[in-house]
Ligand binder design. Structure first.
Ligand SMILES: Cc1cc2nc3c(=O)[nH]c(=O)nc-3n(C[C@H](O)[C@H](O)[C@H](O)COP(=O)(O)OP(=O)(O)OC[C@H]3O[C@@H](n4cnc5c(N)ncnc54)[C@H](O)[C@@H]3O)c2cc1C
Length: 166
């Protein structure tokens, strides 16, 4: 059984490392930096512990997670023990979004406006998962929708071009 945190509250960051676009950016996912994420994951563990007590799981002798010696200094099965366990074994399963957040052009945390145009740069749009402001459970369908919307906006602008900038 796999417990997934699809809506993490922790927020990471992506920053440019150099003015040279070939230099990789600095990505800090800041996993589990918000205690709420630990709380939700422990709630998931408790849910699984309840599930494996049910007859169908007992029939197949289901058990939950081997104990981990690195956390045995904490009371076994306490929330503190599971927090330690999560911090050792957790791996990311959600699909990160929002590095080019879409929203109001007046909002300092946004990169693109509702027309997907990058604020302050002429002739550049972003149309991928990075514009999704809040993480969705799964991102593929939402990304396809963003791409289709971008195509519609571009086609509509081609039909009704803006007057040239004087
Ligand atoms: C392992 C895994 C499983 C997933 N499972 C699901 C799922 O079950 N359901 C779901 O809804 N979503 C799932 N997703 C998420 C979904 O695939 C992504 O959210 C979606 O593909 C994001 O689309 P995108 O266009 O933003 O980025 P991508 O699909 O990553 O596209 C980026 C494109 O840009 C290209 N590119 C990168 N750098 C450059 C460059 N410098 N110049 C030119 N091109 C460049 C890449 O080659 C790529 O084609 C999964 C993702 C992963 C990694």
């Amino acid at each position: 059984m796999n417990i997934k945190l699809l809506h993490p509250v922790s927020r990471g960051s992506l920053k440019l490392n150099s003015v040279d676009p070939r230099v990789p950016p600095v990505i800090d996912p800041a996993y589990l930096s918000n205690p709420e994420d630990i709380r939700v994951l422990i709630k998931g563990i408790r849910k699984v512990q309840d599930l494996i007590k049910t007859p169908p799981f007992q029939e197949v002798q289901a058990s939950f997670g081997p104990s981990f010696s690195g956390c045995l200094h904490l009371a076994r099965d306490s929330d503190a023990y599971w927090e330690c366990y999560i911090r050792h074994f957790m791996e990311p399963g959600h699909n990160p979004v929002s590095t080019s957040k879409m929203g109001s052009v007046n909002d300092g945390s946004t990169v693109v406006g509702p027309d997907l145009k990058v604020k302050g740069i002429i002739g550049l749009r972003v149309a991928d998962a990075s514009i999704i402001p809040e993480i969705t459970d799964y991102t593929n369908a939402a990304t396809i929708m963003v791409a289709e919307k971008a195509a519609d906006i571009i086609k509509s602008e081609a039909k009704n071009p803006l007057p040239p900038v004087p």
